[in-house]
Design a protein around this ligand. Structure first.
Ligand code: DGL
Length: 267
């Protein structure tokens, strides 16, 4: 048994979608969530710069003695997962492989669409991962940075949002996709709108559920699970001052966030 917390991070509130699934899958596990709201968004940044930020946050969580880290951000996963895995002696899990795996399993016509940040699209992480699993599948990716802004500002519905979603999805429909990956952890917060703006017969996939399953399996395999009857502790950290973390976070997690600890994490 291991009652240490699980560390989870993102550039902002998006990773809370992964935290939520972890809380449902393994409710007795304590968690420490970190949102780098001061430096949000990561999507337009150079991947080398994102890598530096990710290394710093990972060190912060590691020093808090977490037993496993979830990179609940596609951009950060694309930039640094492989290097981090090599450098740390605790399990580190990203969100790209679980989403790609689910898409491969679900596509019937072998045409998969991805909406993500510019950084994730540029990295080719999804097409590469999908090709590794099944080289017969074609992946079409569209950067959708405005959707990240909508979510971080707490705008989760409305005609302005729908119009932007439709604009991003058009080239993917034209390409004939039957599966759409939400390749950014911010997007499940607007999944209902994405579904409503999607054509019939398109399956929308978020990697959060699969990632949470992976976390549970790894904890079980390695004997790292917390005591069954344990009441979990939840900590939230952010680097920004005027961010909407609290507001958007509670909209999503209910009343779970009692306090957000502001910290300075200089790079
Ligand atoms: N939630 C993020 C992702 O999954 C990043 C959003 C951003 O910082 O641009 O890529």
């Amino acid at each position: 048994m291991d009652n240490r917390a699980i560390g989870i991070f993102d550039s902002g509130v998006g990773g809370l979608t992964v935290l939520w699934e972890i809380m449902k899958a393994i409710p007795n596990e304590s968690t420490i969530y970190f949102g780098d709201t001061k430096r949000f968004p990561y999507g337009p940044r150079d991947l080398d710069e994102v890598k530096k930020l990710v290394f710093k946050i990972t060190r912060f969580l590691y020093d808090k003695d977490v037993k496993l880290i979830v990179i609940a951000c596609n951009t950060s996963t694309a930039a640094a997962l492989d290097d981090l895995k090599r450098q740390y002696d605790i399990p580190i899990i990203g969100v790209i492989e679980p989403g790609a795996r689910t898409a491969v399993y679900n596509t019937r016509n072998k045409r998969v669409g991805v909406i993500a940040t510019e950084g994730t699209v540029k990295s080719n992480a999804y097409p590469n991962e999908i090709e590794r699993i099944n080289p017969g599948i074609k992946t079409f990716s569209v950067p959708a940075p405005l959707l990240v802004d909508f979510v971080e500002k707490g705008i989760l519905k409305g005609s302005g949002l729908d119009k932007v979603i439709k604009g991003y999805l058009k080239p993917l429909y034209d390409a004939g996709i039957d599966v759409l990956i939400l390749g950014c952890t911010h997007f499940p917060l607007i999944e209902k709108r994405i579904l409503a703006c999607s054509g019939n017969g398109i399956k929308v996939i978020s990697s959060a559920v699969e990632t949470a399953k992976d976390v549970r399996e790894i904890l079980e395999e390695r004997g790292l699970c917390a005591d069954k009857g344990k009441t979990p502790e939840r900590f939230f950290y952010e680097t920004g001052i005027k961010s909407k973390f609290f507001e958007v976070g509670n909209m999503f997690l209910g009343e779970e966030i009692k306090e957000v600890i502001k910290i300075k994490l200089d790079i």
